[in-house]
Design a protein around this ligand. Structure first.
Ligand code: PMP
Length: 378
């Protein structure tokens, strides 16, 4: 039995992606900057993918910069915007629940002398738009917040926050890490009032090692690297046409079914919550209005690793938090108000449309068995 319930960590590349990548490697293998026919073929393939991705985001193709993934996109957005706009305005704002890559980028800014304001959720574990917007002032150059938290699935009030900030301080650059929302929920940088927006290939059935950064027209970025003139000189280095082609194909395929898939996995999530309630001994960490793709819960009395390994033995793959921290606690759950002992017992289940109700039933049965076999032995 093999049941994969860790799609927030990564997803299986889809057939559309594999076909596009294979074709790009066979046919469009040239350097897209070369001026001859072989280069042109690669460039056309890449621009086709840029168009597919732009259509999925509802933006101009020229607004997209291809990168090696969301970690790079986040660094380019945060450090690149601070580099371009932070000469005199030294204040930057983010939240305490961001992905490690955004947290890391802000830590680097702090080391460079920026004043970093990190807004935490309130006593109810909710991040309030007013709290984030209230931190903004004349001296602020950048605000960055994620759309969907990768550990709990909490959906942050990005649109509301960015609209409030745009109204009062139109000079502030607004970045959103939309990795866990893109092609799972309707995501439009324009509707979110985002100047910069991060997406990643491998979370949406494309390959690892490719991502993109949406950059609104006229928003400047200080490049992280200097080199060739690829991607408007903002991201130098020969583009990986096969990875990009696969990303575009995956986006084109998935953008047709965003709402239907969200509804489908939302039903799986509801079934899982019902199954967990029936089993007892479980506390749900995720908010009820969170992303339909993610459910975080604690199996009381058992450590995450114990449950994870027990499930893994049964062929069920889940996560204990985020994969990037290799199972180590990131502290984000506590920020959302999860008590430390429950954080230590937390399991994250994340869905994709390939999952079935049978997967949920098997997981619930395995969890019940884990509780019966392991809890009393402690
Ligand atoms: N941001 C979020 C919210 C994520 O979930 C992840 C992946 N765990 C990343 C950024 C980093 O993505 P990548 O692996 O493409 O660098």
């Amino acid at each position: 039995m093999s049941i994969y319930l860790d799609s927030a960590a990564t997803t299986r590349p889809g057939e559309a992606c594999i076909a596009a990548m294979t074709e790009a490697m066979r046919i469009s293998w040239g350097n897209p900057s070369s001026l001859h026919r072989v280069g042109l073929e690669a460039q056309l393939r890449m621009e086709c993918a840029r168009g597919q991705l732009a259509a999925a985001l509802g933006c101009e193709p020229s607004a997209l910069i291809f990168t090696s993934g969301a970690t790079e996109s986040n660094h380019l957005a945060v450090r690149g915007a601070a580099g371009a706009y932070g000469k005199r305005k030294k204040k930057v704002i983010t939240t305490t629940v961001e992905h490690a890559s955004v947290r890391g980028a802000f830590d680097m800014l702090e080391e460079q002398g920026f004043e970093v304001v990190r807004i935490a959720p309130d006593a109810d574990g909710i991040l309030r738009a007013e709290d984030i917007a209230a931190a903004a002032d004349e001296n602020t150059c950048l605000v960055s917040m994620m759309l969907v938290n990768n550990e709990t699935g909490a959906v942050l009030p990005v649109q509301q926050t960015f609209a409030m900030i745009a109204r009062e301080y139109p000079h502030i650059i607004k970045h959103c890490d939309a990795v866990q929302g893109f092609l799972k929920l309707p995501v439009s940088p324009e509707k979110l009032h985002a100047d910069l927006l991060t997406v990643s290939g491998h979370k949406v059935h494309a390959c690892k090692g490719v991502g993109a950064l949406y950059r609104k027209k006229r928003i400047r970025l200080f490049p992280l690297m200097k080199g060739g003139e690829q991607e408007g000189s903002i991201r130098p280095g020969t583009e990986s046409v096969p990875l990009i082609a696969g990303f575009g194909a995956a986006a084109a395929e998935l953008s047709e079914t965003v709402t239907a898939r969200a509804e489908y996995v939302g039903n799986l999530r509801s079934e899982l919550i019902a199954g967990l309630e029936k089993a007892g001994g479980i506390s749900v960490n995720s908010p009820s209005d969170g992303s339909p793709y993610i459910l975080s819960f604690a199996v009381r009395g058992l450590r995450s690793e114990t449950v994870l390994h027990f499930l893994s033995e049964k062929g069920i793959s889940v996560s204990s938090g985020s994969a990037c921290s290799k199972g180590k606690q990131s502290g984000v759950l506590e920020q959302f108000g999860v008590k430390p002992d429950l954080a230590d017992s937390t399991i994250r289940v994340s869905f994709c449309a390939e999952n079935t109700p049978e997967d949920v039933t098997a997981l619930c049965e395995a969890l019940k068995e884990a509780q019966e076999r392991l809890v009393h032995k402690r």
